[in-house]
Design a protein around this ligand. Structure first.
Ligand SMILES: NC(=O)c1ccc[n+]([C@@H]2O[C@H](COP(=O)([O-])OP(=O)(O)OC[C@H]3O[C@@H](n4cnc5c(N)ncnc54)[C@H](OP(=O)(O)O)[C@@H]3O)[C@@H](O)[C@H]2O)c1
Length: 337
């Protein structure tokens, strides 16, 4: 039986793929999304053309498991992630494609000053790469645009009115920025659908700052990016490494003693719930009222992460995890959420 919830999952509801969350009064998505920064990104995730096969298998497996919500961005692999998704989608019927929800993002480069033209033109390029005529969810990647939030809101509203976008969202927006964007879109009769922020057991600041609550109060869903701490919480890395070169700086910034306690707790909960550690980390973000974007490279990642659904961590276990979780921080450059 399918059940639907506005903005976030209802309290004590066990998430399944037939549970749907409604974003921006428009989009129906499952409670777990798939992140695709990994598709095409060479510098951080070591993408090579040989990785296409596994990425395609991951996409197909996600779809056949009902995990039909995908997150990408124009900057991921300089458009490659969108191109790969566009290619993968071609094998699906129009009806199946309509069930998939693809969220992409506009990158607010410094030289993109002429709104709304810069946004409309970037959006059309993204749609071309994705092989779509209308974006499901179009997001502003970070609050670093060389124009006011009101100007950007009006450009997003123009995109909706031009029939190019179903719902609009933002990413990395802080408390005041969210209020301003929400109000500016409201003036144009549009509900801000989502704020995508880094949220996981290694970064709980969106909960502690009240951002998650504020967004929910304003009807805005929270999409949790890096919900497995970029792989750190999956159990494949120890608290002192070794770690992949690109992630070393982030992973080594955590107090190893606290990290050890967190990873040990995750491992014991994985045994208790008979699930991979990644599923425990993802279920914790779901229990906090967010929709995790689980980044994947392989079909094995998808099948393991899919087991984040079908159960709920007990309140007691959530409290134990909270005790060892890290607060993390914001930065003034781009991450205000
Ligand atoms: N809006 C933004 O500014 C922003 C920023 C970052 C990310 N995002 C979005 O959020 C998505 C997810 O974030 P993320 O990719 O940074 O971090 P993540 O989802 O926390 O971690 C993804 C990585 O975890 C590892 N992994 C995944 N499933 C696993 C499993 N079952 N077992 C073992 N390892 C597993 C893989 O690492 P290996 O590759 O090492 O195997 C994978 O690349 C991205 O794909 C992107 O769509 C948005």
């Amino acid at each position: 039986m399918s059940s639907e919830y506005l903005i976030k999952l209802g309290k004590d509801i066990i998430p399944t793929t037939s549970t749907k969350i409604i974003l921006g009064n428009t989009l129906k998505v499952p409670p777990l999304a798939i992140g695709t920064w990994q598709f095409g990104d060479t510098s951080y995730w070591g993408w090579t053309p040989a990785a296409v096969k596994e990425a395609k298998e991951a996409f197909d497996l996600a779809c056949s498991n009902g995990l039909t919500f995908f997150d990408t961005a124009e900057v991921y692999g300089k458009g490659e992630s969108e191109r790969e998704l566009g290619t993968f989608r071609k094998e699906y019927t129009k009806e199946q494609q309509d069930e998939q929800v693809i969220a992409t993002k506009y990158f607010p480069y410094d030289n993109r000053t002429q709104f709304p033209d810069v946004l409309l033109s970037a959006l059309k390029d993204s749609l071309d790469r994705l092989g779509m005529v209308k974006s499901d969810l179009y997001q502003i990647h970070a609050p670093i645009h060389p124009a006011s939030i009101e100007v950007v809101a009006n450009a997003l509203a123009d995109a909706v009115e031009a029939g190019l976008v179903k719902a609009v969202g933002v990413s990395n927006y802080g408390l005041d920025e969210i209020k301003t964007m929400h109000a500016a879109l409201k003036k144009r009769g549009i509900q801000l659908a989502s704020n995508q922020v880094s949220f996981s057991l290694i970064r709980t600041i969106p909960e502690k700052s009240g951002l998650i609550q504020l967004c929910h109060d304003l009807g805005i869903s929270i999409l949790a990016y890096s919900p497995m701490g970029m792989g750190l919480l999956t159990g494949k890395f120890g608290s002192k490494g070794p770690w992949p070169e690109a992630r070393k700086r982030l992973f080594s910034s955590f107090d190893p003693e606290q990290l050890d306690k967190l990873l040990t707790t995750l491992a014991s909960l994985a045994t208790k719930y008979n699930r991979p550690q990644s599923a425990i980390a993802l279920n914790w973000t779901i229990a906090k009222g967010t929709i995790p974007l689980a980044g994947v490279r392989t079909p094995e990642h998808v099948s393991q992460n899919a087991t984040a659904l079908g159960f709920l961590l007990s309140q007691e276990d959530i409290k134990t995890l909270d005790q060892f979780a890290f607060e993390g921080s914001t930065n003034k450059e781009w991450n205000h959420g």
